[in-house]
Design a binder for this molecule. Structure first.
Ligand code: SAH
Length: 390
């Protein structure tokens, strides 16, 4: 059920008024502790005339206890609260809507940022992991025609702290038992919400550090449990490989041939399937992490057996056991001419890949009944509130 109230504990940090909505505004989010490493946090505090030792203390509150409101920190003197808020802990993210599905095992949030821009994140509990799907940009500039976010265009990049706030709020929701099944820990992160993460490279790599570094520098999540998903910005894939963090790379391929991929993924006009798969392979070699290939199965569009065979051939031509293919039935966006492949076509596609020795798992479609597909909740909310032209 849509609610207009933030869930308890989700965005209670502080409820300062959000600036008026201006989708085209491309300002910079206020600077926040989560933008900075520990040394930088100390420097900023010192420059503001606050004691440097507070950096560790505030960082522990934030990364260990998921607390972002200095007014709630009993060891921060009341007289210092406003200064701390202004220098390192402004409120960045406020819940606009909260939806649950899958008997409470999935929670989707629509967040409003300081300038009125909106992004989504989805928290999903599984038997042995809890995964958060996060946004890296408000909107997206990649214009993929089957993707709801792709239809919005790009509003702006998120700052590192705006990305990290999504993680903190999810970690807190897990701890506080907001998912069905009682309190748990956030274990996995996927950059599969709104936006193209590698088009916001700097903020993404900084946010990876904050996720991976041990408290009080960061959350101490395992790099192996973090997945960066991309349409295929080849130079950025190589840069990420050179960073040497063992995060998993997911490549949104959706077609094994340039003719079709040019249509489905406009950036394919810049980096072709062959170049992209070569870069994916280099990432595997550099990181030792098996690459995920994302493939939304669209009826009569990309689900032909010959395309499954071509995909297997392209992957096998570059080595064995280096990829895992994740077909996902298309989650049609409102007004889309495309629909999901039939169950039979899905089976045949998977069988062809497996027969050719390719690890393949159909990805689940958690939350599709709550506009789970990328960007759909933001679009629905904007329409209901009359903030789009449609
Ligand atoms: N920009 C990045 C990450 C965001 S999208 C990327 O493209 O990888 C996360 C995944 O959802 C991508 O694989 C994307 O292609 C897929 N996706 C987008 N819209 C979809 C839809 N309507 N149905 C199924 N998958 C979709």
């Amino acid at each position: 059920m849509p609610t207009d109230q933030p869930p308890e504990g989700a965005a209670s940090a502080d409820a300062r008024p959000v600036l008026s909505f201006s989708a085209k505004r491309r300002g910079k989010a206020p600077s926040h502790l989560a933008d900075l490493d520990l040394t930088e946090r100390k420097r900023v505090l010192t420059e503001a005339g606050l004691p440097a030792f507070r950096a560790d203390q505030l960082s522990r509150h934030y990364f260990r206890h998921f607390e972002a409101d200095p007014a709630q920190m009993t060891d921060v003197p009341t007289s210092m609260v406003e200064d701390v808020r202004d220098t390192l802990m402004p409120s960045l993210v406020t819940a606009v809507r909260t939806l649950t599905a899958d008997d409470g095992m999935t929670i989707k949030h629509l967040w409003q940022l300081y300038d009125g821009a909106r992004v989504e994140s989805v928290l999903m509990r599984y038997p042995n992991r809890t995964t958060l799907c996060i946004s890296s940009q408000a909107g997206c500039g990649m214009a993929c025609p089957f993707c709801a976010t792709g239809q919005m265009g790009l509003t702006r990049n998120l700052s590192t702290a705006e990305i990290i706030e999504q993680v903190r709020l999810a970690a807190k929701a897990c701890r506080d038992g907001e998912l069905a099944g009682g309190p748990t820990r956030l274990t996995n992160i996927v950059f599969m919400g709104m936006g193209e993460p590698l088009a916001n490279y700097r903020a993404i790599t900084h946010s990876l550090r904050r996720m991976i570094d041990e408290p009080p520098a960061g959350f101490g999540l395992s790099a192996r449990n973090i997945t960066v998903s991309t349409v295929g910005l080849v130079p950025a894939i190589d840069k990420l490989a050179a960073l040497g963090l063992p995060v998993t790379l997911a490549v949104s391929l959706h077609a094994p041939d340039d003719e079709l991929r040019d249509e489905l993924i406009p950036i394919n006009s810049r980096w072709k399937v062959g170049e992209l798969l070569d870069a994916a392979r280099r990432y595997f070699v550099a990181s030792g992490r098996r690459v995920s290939i994302e493939y939304a199965l669209i009826k009569d569009m990309n689900d032909h057996p010959w395309r499954a065979q071509l995909l297997a051939d392209e992957l096998n031509a570059r080595g064995k056991g280096w990829v895992h293919v994740n077909p996902i039935p298309l989650n049609p966006t409102p007004g889309s001419i495309w629909t999901a492949s039939t169950a039979r076509a899905q089976r045949e596609f998977v069988d062809t890949l497996r027969r050719n020795g390719i690890n393949t798992t159909i990805r689940d479609t958690r939350g599709s009944d709550i506009d789970g597909a990328c960007g759909q909740l933001a679009t629905t909310a904007a329409k209901e509130e009359g903030t789009t032209d449609e």
